[in-house]
Design a protein around this ligand. Sequence first.
Ligand code: AMP
Length: 190
Amino acid sequence: MKKIAVYCSSSDQIKDIYFQQAELTGQLMAKADLGLVYGGGMVGLMGQVARSLKAAGGHTIGVVPEALHIEGVVNTIDDELIITPDMHTRKAKMIELADGFIGLPGGFGTLEEMLEVMTLKQLGYHEKPIVFLNADGYYSRLFEMFEHIYDENFAKAEYRQLYHIAETPQNAMAYLNGYQPPALPDKWFV
Ligand code: AMP
């Protein structure tokens, strides 16, 4: 079974539309027989994706650092729970386990995780698919910043191929399904 790491919000105080898109993502992943690798939280969109994927018959793997292994925060529904000594080991474990990555709306934690998998791919450490789910246009301002990065030559424009922008969970699934690693130039401008 292929597994996808889903990075997403730990906040519950967000609009319904984000929960609906997270719910649909979980359902479609289960239908496509894609296992879930995630932060193991029962809170926010993390909890929502895991619950809807499990309800649709899917498989979940929570990867939780010791310090966040807290009752009431950590999910109790996972098929597998991996406890890591710290945050760095946890992020590395999630990347190792996953065959691809989806970023649903989220805050700093989500952004950090998405940017890490992008920078590792940019340097050739992996060739796995990376998708932003731009639910309700949440990430549009971030993509404007990415365009500024290309315009100012802080990254090569070809690196738009590092990631895919999906406006719907269906489109995210279609991208993962048809994914072929792009041939990217090396990172250096020299
Ligand atoms: P944020 O976007 O700042 O809400 O952080 C969410 C991301 O960071 C998720 O993708 C998780 O991998 C991780 N994370 C943050 N808080 C927690 C938590 N309480 N339990 C598990 N993972 C968390």
